[in-house]
Design a protein around this ligand. Structure first.
Ligand code: SIN
Length: 277
């Protein structure tokens, strides 16, 4: 198994089939995920049962509250856009489940049906983004918490409910919020990570919305422009495994008129610890 770091965010793992990986290789993958935040695998032969088998060896699976399940495999979420649909799932920068008290560890996304062109997924490394802020701002951020929510997306009047994805979604009654430190200590690598994201972070705890917006918008722009992003061009057989506490992702919606189907398994995380706690 070889791990080739990508520029910006992540690494590509070569010479490994996830379906047949040994216990020592699984441990090496844990270390690689902690080091790089995103692992990309090519030419994988991974049936839905193999996908589930690999995920279960890595950790405990959590079922997404809002996306449709994939047929007989209830623990696999479908990230699906039909050719006549306009809106895609995850089309803006976000970190999955940051609105949960214990946000997900990460997700394993498998390409099942790709458009002829487009539909890339972009990633950003929030440990690297944090490290390129000034020492003064880093210190200020370490003392702050932020509120994360999914109400504006999946609530009764949420953004997704107004789109042509609405019929695919469930869970209006499962919306909620959580408050997390703005700078967390990554549970495995020990690195400090900027833990806010455009999709779900709504305000800074104890600040007004306009005050929060000014700082959050600055931080979001910093992440997008500080050289810590990368782009995954999907191919048949590609798999992405990202650490959700360390990265953002967003799926390009530039393939209108074509179907795209991905299978996603999300792994349970634990409580987040602030950088100075
Ligand atoms: C997501 O998990 O947000 C979707 C990512 C993708 O479809 O590429």
């Amino acid at each position: 198994m070889q791990v080739e770091p990508w520029k910006g965010c992540g690494a590509e793992v070569r010479a490994l089939q996830l379906s047949g990986c040994s216990d020592p290789e699984l441990e090496s993958l844990r270390e690689a995920l902690a080091s790089h935040g995103l692992l990309v695998f090519r030419e994988q032969e991974l049936s839905p049962d193999d996908h589930l088998g690999f995920a279960r060896r890595f950790g405990k699976i959590v079922v997404n509250k809002f996306f449709p399940e994939s047929g007989a495999h209830g623990e696999i979420a479908e990230v699906r856009k039909e050719k006549e649909q306009q809106t895609n799932i995850g089309g803006g920068w976000h970190a999955d489940h940051s609105y949960d008290e214990e946000p997900a560890l990460g997700s394993i996304l498998v390409a099942r049906e790709l458009p002829p062109a487009g539909g890339d997924t972009k990633f950003a490394d929030l440990a690297a983004a944090y490290e390129t802020l000034s020492p003064g701002l880093r210190k200020t951020l370490e003392s702050l918490d932020a509120v994360h929510s999914n109400r504006h997306l999946y609530g009764e009047k949420g953004i997704y409910r107004q789109t042509d994805l609405a019929d695919q979604l469930g869970g209006e009654d499962r919306v909620g919020d959580a408050t997390h430190p703005i700078v967390i200590r990554h549970p495995e690598s020990g690195r400090k990570v900027l833990y806010v994201n455009p999709g779900h972070t709504t305000r800074i705890d104890g600040w007004s919305v306009p005050e929060s917006r000014a700082l959050l918008d600055f931080l979001f722009e910093h992440v997008k422009t500080s050289g810590c992003t990368s782009r995954l061009r999907w191919e048949p057989g590609s798999v992405a495994f990202w650490d959700n506490r360390r990265t953002w992702h967003m799926a390009d919606n530039d393939y209108q008129g074509h179907r795209r189907l991905m299978h996603r398994i999300t792994l349970a995380g634990g409580p987040l610890r602030g950088a100075i706690s």
